[in-house]
Design a protein around this ligand. Structure first.
Ligand SMILES: Nc1ncnc2c1ncn2[C@@H]1O[C@H](COP(=O)(O)OP(=O)(O)OP(=O)(O)O)[C@@H](O)[C@H]1O
Length: 565
């Protein structure tokens, strides 16, 4: 379907006549580094009467009941008058949360008590955040006078993997508690912010709820005054529990738990573990936060695909990394052209590494200047990450190039397309990334672009309903290749060198699965460098080559800061 003709009929950036620049081109002069433009249109409507941004329309969770296991009929929150405090119900009402989503209904009506330990699984974007916040907050509100939380003590600790997610959970918490007669303070603790300042605010404040990432939490728990704040802890939540207990985070979680009051000594605290993916091995490790005999709840039928049913999922396989760039360009054009009217095209493109994502952002900004682009990865400063997160949550249209810092848990309303460029590191990672679309009962699509060695991912994950992309978008890649080659001339060499090194580092981990040896990997990476238009293979320091385990592999260009050795 051809894109709609622009009123002016002027030539657009894609080198075609009659294509309306969409979203509107933003002025180059104020294009800031992180891709957040002050000119972006808010997705939320502006009230005609007040000119203020209106609250986003909440989803209708009744749409989530058709396919989920268990309850088949949605009940309104107000049916929980005996379970939830009136002020919480009032807060939910202000948020536009009328009906419970399946996971909320299960947790609030099927747990033996709201303070029971639980392991809960529900698909992405179906309201798990409120499903753990509501019981935990209700427990604080209904505690008998003898076990009421003393002022200044933390009652609820929620731990999650990323800074962006911590902020999002804290925001949801503030909205849920907005109608309480006495405001509950919800604090956050995560890296990339001033430790001294956030510690000062935490210690001087009255933080009833703390949402934290493991690194910073571990760090501040070394202070006796901080540990003292947790002396009356009532609930510990592990959001994205499988991630929080995997080999990367588990040591930090265990140290954190060693600083908290013992779970086994009376009165103990409630443990809650939530995720969309709970591989069987999680059952072995959750015992650090859950008592044996904990309640397990799931809204996912074990025979169902683990992803949201409303997301058609496709793959595009190209011969080599070189073709991934034009294939993405062709895909964006095709998906944009097919986007439903009124034209709103909001997409997230996941890359495999932070430097790879930075490169994608640079090249697509040059290749598709009519779109609004965003980048989000761990190489950016925290303020830039936070600004971009907020901006992308609020835009109606745009493309976010992201690494896994927003792969799990993040809610970017109305994202209609998720693209994964390169090999997802696991089935779980794939599922969570796909879950950034079709949230809150909306529709969405997901496409994974792989080069031939990566194509095994589709074959080895048969539970995933991935089909070949339905139209031959890659039949004329040469046309798009020319556009990509031109765009790469505008990308600086340092960004290319970093992306090259990251490509080697990432794929080195998957040599066996990619059916490559070290020499083959270097050849592949060198092809990737040529695809980026590098005049020569980027230099890599000897010690970096050693760290990557690529010492002595032919084809590498060893050198330091522009000097070949
Ligand atoms: N009962 C409800 N009614 C209306 N909207 C809701 C309801 N519950 C949650 N939402 C909204 O649905 C969206 C998804 O919720 P949430 O982020 O909690 O999903 P999740 O299951 O935690 O997702 P993920 O698995 O990606 O972490 C959010 O925008 C949230 O505000």
């Amino acid at each position: 379907m051809p894109p709609p003709p622009p009123p002016s009929g002027r030539k657009n950036n894609l080198g075609r006549q009659n294509r309306r620049p969409y979203p509107p081109r933003r002025p180059a002069a104020n294009a800031p580094e992180n891709g957040v433009s002050p000119a972006q249109q808010p997705a939320r409507p502006v009230s005609v009467a007040t000119g203020a941004l209106e609250e986003p329309k909440a989803m209708d969770p009744r749409r989530l009941y058709s396919t989920s296991a268990g309850e088949s009929e949605a009940k309104p929150f107000k049916s929980l008058g005996n379970t939830l405090d009136e002020s919480l119900l009032a807060g939910l009402d202000k948020m536009g949360f009328e009906y419970m989503s399946p996971v909320q209904q299960k947790v609030l009506t099927e747990l033996p008590s709201l303070s029971s330990d639980c392991l809960v699984q529900a698909k992405t974007g179906t309201g798990k955040t409120a499903a753990f916040l509501l019981p935990a907050i209700q427990n604080l509100l209904s505690a008998p006078p003898t076990s009421r939380l003393p002022k200044g003590k933390v009652g609820i600790l929620a731990i999650c993997p990323t800074r962006e997610l911590a902020l999002q959970i804290a925001k949801e918490c503030t909205r849920i508690t907005q109608s309480l007669p006495q405001q509950l303070e919800c604090h956050t603790a995560f890296g990339g912010t001033s430790r001294a300042l956030s510690l000062k605010i935490f210690l001087a404040g009255n933080p009833t709820i703390l949402v934290a990432t493991p690194g910073r939490l571990n760090d501040i728990l070394s202070e006796a005054a901080v540990r003292e704040k947790f002396s009356h802890l009532k609930t510990v939540v592990l959001d994205e529990a499988d991630r929080m207990l995997d080999a990367g985070f588990a040591p930090a979680i265990h140290t954190i738990l060693s600083h908290l009051p013992s779970k086994t000594q009376s009165p103990g605290w409630q443990g809650m573990c939530f995720s969309a993916t709970l591989p069987p091995k999680v059952s072995d490790v959750v015992k650090c936060v859950l008592y044996p005999g904990y309640t397990r709840l799931s809204t996912i039928d074990p025979n169902e695909a683990p992803t949201i049913d409303r997301v058609p999922q496709y793959s595009i396989v190209v011969p080599s990394p070189r073709e991934q760039f034009p294939a993405l360009l062709a895909l964006v054009e095709a998906e944009y052209a097919a986007a439903p009217a009124p034209k709103e095209f909001k997409a997230i493109v996941f890359g495999t590494t932070a430097n790879g994502v930075a490169l994608l952002y640079d090249v697509f900004k040059a290749a598709l200047p009519a779109f609004t682009h965003f980048e989000l990865h761990s190489r950016m400063s925290q303020p830039a990450r936070t600004r971009t997160t907020t901006a992308f949550k609020n835009v109606a249209s745009g493309i976010l190039f992201a690494s896994d810092v927003v792969g799990r848990g993040m809610d970017f309303p109305n994202t209609g397309l998720v693209v994964q460029l390169g090999l997802p590191s696991s089935e779980e990672q794939y599922i969570h990334r796909v879950g950034r679309t079709a949230r809150a009962g909306k529709d969405g699509r997901a496409v994974t672009i792989l080069f031939s060695n990566e194509a095994f991912f589709v074959k080895t994950n048969r539970a995933l309903p991935i089909k070949p992309y339905p139209t031959p978008v890659t039949s004329d890649l040469e046309k798009y290749q020319a556009q990509i080659d031109k765009a790469f001339t505008l990308v600086d060499d340092e960004a290319k060198a970093k992306a090259y090194q990251a490509f080697l580092g990432y794929n080195k981990t998957y040599l066996k699965k990619l059916q490559l040896d070290a020499k083959g990997l270097v050849q592949l990476a060198n092809g990737y460098a040529r695809a980026m238009g590098c005049a020569e293979i980027p230099l890599i320091e000897k010690k970096t080559i050693g760290k990557m385990g690529l010492k002595g592999v032919p084809g590498l260009n060893i050198g330091v800061a522009g000097r070949r050795l």
